[in-house]
Design a protein around this ligand. Sequence first.
Ligand SMILES: *Cc1c(COP(=O)(O)O)cnc(C)c1O
Length: 452
Amino acid sequence: MTVLDETDTGLPQRRELVTEIPGPRSLAIHERRLRAVATGVSSTLPAYIETASGSILRDVDGNSLIDLGSGIAVTSVGHTAPRVVEAVRDQVGHLIHSCFMVTPYEPYVAVAEALNELTPGDFDKTTALFNSGAEAVENAVKIARHHTRRSAVVVFDHAYHGRTNLTMALTAKNMPYKHGFGPFAPEIYRASLSYPYRDPHGLSGRDAAVRSLAEVESQVGAANVACVLIEPIQGEGGFIVPAPGFLAAIAEWCAHHGAVFIADEIQTGFCRTGAWFACEHEGVVPDLITTAKGIAGGMPLAAVTGRAEIMNSVHEGGLGGTYGGNPVAAAAALGSIATMRELDLADRARHLGEIILGRFDELAGELAGIGDVRGRGAMCALELVVPGTTDPDPVATKRVAALCHQQGVVVLTCGTYGNVVRLLPPLVIGDDLLDEGLGVLEGALREVLGSR
Ligand SMILES: *Cc1c(COP(=O)(O)O)cnc(C)c1O
């Protein structure tokens, strides 16, 4: 099944290579970039993209690449999705900015209504809009602290919550996110995570939660915890799916101790895992939920949504920002959400996940060095290890990704140990194009892992 074919989008949904990747035009721009752009900002694959539609990225040399990363889980509705483009074009001719804190506009309200309805929880909710995921996380923490009048924030091993000062402190991994950027914000405490593949005791979700919460109670004290912040499935940390029951036990503990349970669904949200939000798979209802990435089809937008009594505990004027919920980004979100509903992209994500994980499982049975296959919906990963051990193999991981890139398939890596290949395809990708992309990845895995 092809959800969007080339009649719906601007580019044929085909991989086509006409130069090496990156090609000469990309290399020329790259030269300029090296002189002009701060080197701390890097690119996984420096093929400079000129046009994109559906699941195809076309670079300045005319190469058409298959995108299995969606700009890090952002273009879930596909690149330049028709409803998003239409909504942005229409909005941009009417109002680009007035600042919601000065003179408001309707699309902001419409996005808030949609989020209040779509997020889990059968209670009154309100929403505040921001520009980036990190900003949403910062604000969720602000709100939780204000509401509880407590200061401690509990996060987990392998967590990723952003790159601003507070969110760096919430993030687990030093290199590249934190190294040399301290001092970090105080009152942040890190608890153990349920990481089934690497849990030496093989704990169930409930037992892993008991371990984590014992750490919190002894090192922080339940009465000091403003909030517990967790990604239902970790993104940058390695697509780690906690053992079933872990999230629910953490949420129950929060409810019991008056701490705010915040789900960071910035990467997992908006149909990515086969539900609107990943918490739903576990029947967990967060007090607050942070969203961004897939929310607006590629436009920068983020949100905090949650229980009205918590959200509205903040004094008037306590939340905001010049651009938060910008009209064009808000219009894009409405176009993106409409596309997700119309094409039932949660269902599509489940279908893609079956194909991808099925293929990964077969490969894991065949190739030494695939330690773990995991994921949910269209958020799928392979963890690569030195054969016969669980020692991470970041070198092989890099080589696999590089081979895919050379052949025009954009895959991403992640993980605390840099040894996870992750796929986040646009949810509109056709089965044939996905199959082709997976074929290239399979070839790369055979070449790198099969040779040892
Ligand atoms: C990407 C991400 C963030 C940060 O979002 P930005 O828009 O890059 O600031 C926070 N949390 C999670 C889980 C993410 O995946």
